[in-house]
Design a protein around this ligand. Structure first.
Ligand code: HPA
Length: 273
């Protein structure tokens, strides 16, 4: 068996011994949404450490567990803490949790992150609906022998972010009177923040926000036929646009500041999925 698939199946078997819950939505919590678990009617939790072979995050402030429960009436599995490529994992490990949540039954992947704002007129604290992405600067999670059990060799990515789910998020934002920007997310490998010229390059390529996650997860999810939706919290203006140097602490603090709004938006959207 393909070793990547074998590892996935092992993790799945390990989860199945303790968890008997079928989620509809898989929610990945980025910076600022770390304590979204408090907004969920929790049925069960599962520490990543307790899953055999599961990649565990090393970033401070990123907890590592799955939360199973209900947002309104919708069954969700929530990743509290994701794994980043810059931590040193293979891309196949970075997307293993997404694949695992699909195996658990999730049909929709809801991705959230903190990102640097590039689009003109953006401000720290804004939210951006992800309409498309650029993942060309990081290795594809689908590199290597195709896992036919998950999807086809050459999957279409022309509508990577689901149109209908985007409409639902837009309506949710309008209902809550939250100004929602929209645009293209570009993933770089990090962990260093960009130089001003790198940000200028990203803008030239059509990016509206830049970050170090998400795009690879969206690819793995579409490969498996999941419907994908994503929102970036613009925690800062990107390098060269921001007048001050960037620090992880400030990025985290800015994301925390708008977390209540972000949580409300996510909850309202999920309740309409
Ligand atoms: N660049 C990359 N990743 C980020 C940023 C940024 O400016 N802000 C939050 N995550």
């Amino acid at each position: 068996m393909n070793p990547v698939y074998e590892k996935l199946i092992k993790c799945y078997e390990s989860c199945r011994t303790s968890i008997h819950f079928t989620p509809k939505v898989a929610l990945v919590l980025g910076s600022g949404l770390g304590d979204y678990g408090n907004d969920i009617q929790v049925e069960a939790t599962l520490d990543y450490h307790d899953i055999e072979g599961f990649p565990v995050s090393t970033v401070p402030g990123h907890k590592g567990r799955f939360i199973f429960g209900y947002v309104k009436d919708v069954p969700v599995v929530c990743m509290q803490g994701r794994v980043h490529y810059y931590e040193g994992y293979d891309m196949s490990d970075v997307v293993l949790p997404v694949r695992l949540m699909k195996k658990m039954g999730a049909e929709i992947l809801f991705l959230t992150n903190a990102a640097g704002g590039i689009q003109l007129g953006m401000q720290a604290g804004d939210f951006m609906l992800i309409q498309d992405q650029i993942a060309s600067f990081v290795p594809s999670p689908l590199r290597g022998e195709n896992i036919d059990e998950l999807g086809v060799r050459f999957p279409d990515m022309s509508r990577i972010y689901d149109e209908r789910l985007q409409q639902i998020v837009k309506r949710a934002a309008a209902k809550l009177e939250i100004d929602l920007k929209a645009g293209t997310y570009l993933q770089l490998s990090g962990p260093q923040y960009e130089t001003p010229r790198e940000v200028a390059m990203c803008r030239l390529l059509g990016a509206d926000a830049v970050g170090m996650s998400t795009a690879c997860e969206a690819i793995a999810a579409r490969h498996m036929g999941m419907r994908v939706v994503g929102i970036s919290c613009i925690s800062n203006l990107a390098s060269g646009i921001s007048p001050t140097p960037l620090s992880h602490k400030e990025v985290q603090e800015a994301a925390d500041l708008v977390a209540p709004k972000f949580k409300a938006l996510v909850t309202e959207a999920i309740s309409c999925f």
